[in-house]
Write a protein that binds this ligand. Structure first.
Ligand code: PAF
Length: 290
């Protein structure tokens, strides 16, 4: 682990955070932001470490954002452990943890939100309507609160990363959005706070998502240019796991997240999502066709 392990300052007000960051920037410090919903794991740690390596001061935000959960999703059960999170932030080198309460972020009924276009309707957006509008709204608020900075997001949530990048560009926000590689367990399972929901049997089968992506990428790299054939191959691999309920297996253009060019050409992003009991897991992989 890197970092000095000195305890970060915990801020729970927007005003207090802004005052600290204004002072830091006035002293010439570059600010890095790592937005999270807490229950931090090694994937978050790598984001904070990357932010620390490129900036003088890192803010990690911890806020379980109610706007991005639909009724019936796991907002109430979402795992939370602030003491553990503060220890991870300390080790990884965050100088400030921004941990606002719900009222600080949403003091009244939310009227103004970010409405996204087509990027939000496909893939995870198709089965989680409104989810990405909720993500974009809270991220826009965080960007507005923190101001000029570089912000670090994991590639594991590839659709989220694409949307946030696009939003920052469309709204001219003073934020450089940085995508960082997915951190995995030794058996290939992408780290996610929701892995905590997996039973022992589900945990054994969950790496099938990574195997499906590898099988899809191998097909593309062997010359397959029919997107439907690649998707069918990935779906078949996921289907071989008895506890997996597939949501989607897709081969898309990484910029538009749609099937776009047929036959497949150039950069292709393969994305999969499946449920294992209560856990809805996602993963993705880039490859090149043609
Ligand atoms: O990826 C997450 O943890 C969340 O979607 C984010 C970006 C912190 C917004 O709540």
């Amino acid at each position: 682990m890197t970092g000095s392990a000195s305890r970060p300052v915990v801020e729970d007000t927007i005003r207090g955070l802004r005052a600290r960051l204004d002072e830091a920037r006035a002293g010439g410090q570059r600010v890095g932001l790592v937005p999270t919903m807490g229950f931090l794991h090694a994937g978050h740690r790598s984001l904070i470490e990357r932010a620390r390596s490129e900036n003088d001061l890192v803010v990690a935000s911890i806020f379980v954002n109610p706007l991005q959960f639909s009724p019936g999703e796991d907002f109430d059960d979402y795992p939370r452990d602030l003491d553990h999170d503060l220890a991870v932030c300390a080790w990884a080198g965050a100088g400030i943890v921004f941990a606002p309460g719900r009222h600080e972020m949403y003091p009244g009924p939310v009227v103004t939100t970010v409405r996204l276009g087509t990027l939000a309707d496909v893939l995870c957006g198709a089965s989680r309507p409104g989810h990405f509008d909720g993500v974009a709204t809270v991220v826009a608020k965080l960007f507005s609160i923190v101001g000029e900075c570089s912000a670090y997001f994991g590639e594991k949530d590839f659709q989220q990363l694409t949307i946030v990048r696009r939003m920052a560009r469309d709204l001219s926000l003073p934020v450089r959005v940085v995508g960082c590689p997915t951190v995995r367990e030794p058996d290939g399972l992408a780290l996610s706070s929701r892995n905590a929901y997996l039973s022992e049997a589900e945990r054994v089968q969950a790496p099938v998502l990574r195997r499906a992506l590898e099988a899809g990428a191998a097909l593309v790299e062997a010359g397959e240019t029919d997107g439907a054939a690649v998707e069918a191959r990935m779906a078949a691999v996921i289907g071989s796991a008895s506890l997996a309920r597939i949501d989607y297996a897709a081969a898309v253009d990484p910029a538009t997240l749609t099937r776009g060019q047929q036959p497949l050409q150039g950069d292709v992003r393969l994305l999969v999502a499946a449920r294992f009991g209560k856990a809805r897991l996602i993963d993705n992989l880039g490859c090149r066709a043609g």
